[in-house]
Design a binder for this molecule. Sequence first.
Ligand code: FO1
Length: 312
Amino acid sequence: MSHVLALSGGVGGAKLAAGLAAVLPPERLTIIVNTGDDFEHLGLTICPDIDSVVYALAGLNDRVRGWGVAEESWQAMAMLRRLGEADWFNLGDRDMAMHIARSWRLRAGETLSAVTARLTRALGIGACVAPMSDARLATLIETDAGTMDFQRWFVGEQCRPVARAIRFAGAGAPPSPAFAGALARPDLGAIIVCPSNPFLSVDPILALGGVRDALASRRVPVLAVSPLIGGAAVKGPLDKLLAERGAGTGNAAIAGHYAGLIDHLVIDRQDDPDAGGLRASGLFVTVTQTLMHAPGDQARLAREILKALAIP
Ligand code: FO1
């Protein structure tokens, strides 16, 4: 029975990661998560995409807000505000426990991989969820108003400044042991790129040392799920980034971005008219419902993907 390696960012990616975790035995799945969005805030190490994946797999995620923990309270944030501390980035009380647990363990000398393994175990998650790297690779947005840390641009500025370029400080950092180990597994059956933002969530993973080459010289299928539905992003700044880059829109732009790296693209039914052109470019294309409203949709999409990859 082959192993599956999933590459994920936050919200959309986390949903498919949870679907894969629901249908695969834990020992057959490695989920590698973008850490380019991570930052230090109020003395805490915040890893938003790892937490989105962890909360989704543990069934703790807030499905309406899209990030953080469900049934959250905000007492600590209110007190921090009274104390005159920064309140542009919202930390819920339950979510804050995660940041505290992670931050002190990191400061005590554990790697982010070890801390993430500890926290996922504690929450009853069986599959391996690991950061893309234990080294720092930070996503920076170059705008007319200067270069911004990712969260300052994304949350603080609500993605308003035009992104002239996206840069990764620390590019070439080594993949985490779990990531390098999964890429080298003789029983690796497929690599799945979850429906995350290609520029903000997947490119940081591809910017690690050796990852692009490992995918390009793959010996297993590499399948990406398009983050677009009806030609537009479900959430987040992807549409804005596509427009600002001027390198096309729709699934052709997604396929173009991953050219040479993927051989299979899963697109939504609403984008069926894109399928012919994508197939003509040499890609395998699966057309299905990619929008995941409910946990049932996550598992259904995961099953369809595994079937398309002929992975039992
Ligand atoms: N997103 C927001 O739009 N506003 C917030 O205040 C915010 C706080 C936050 C706290 C913890 C966490 O794990 C995520 C949080 N997010 C927030 C989401 C996060 O900024 C983004 O979803 C990801 O970085 C993009 O994948």
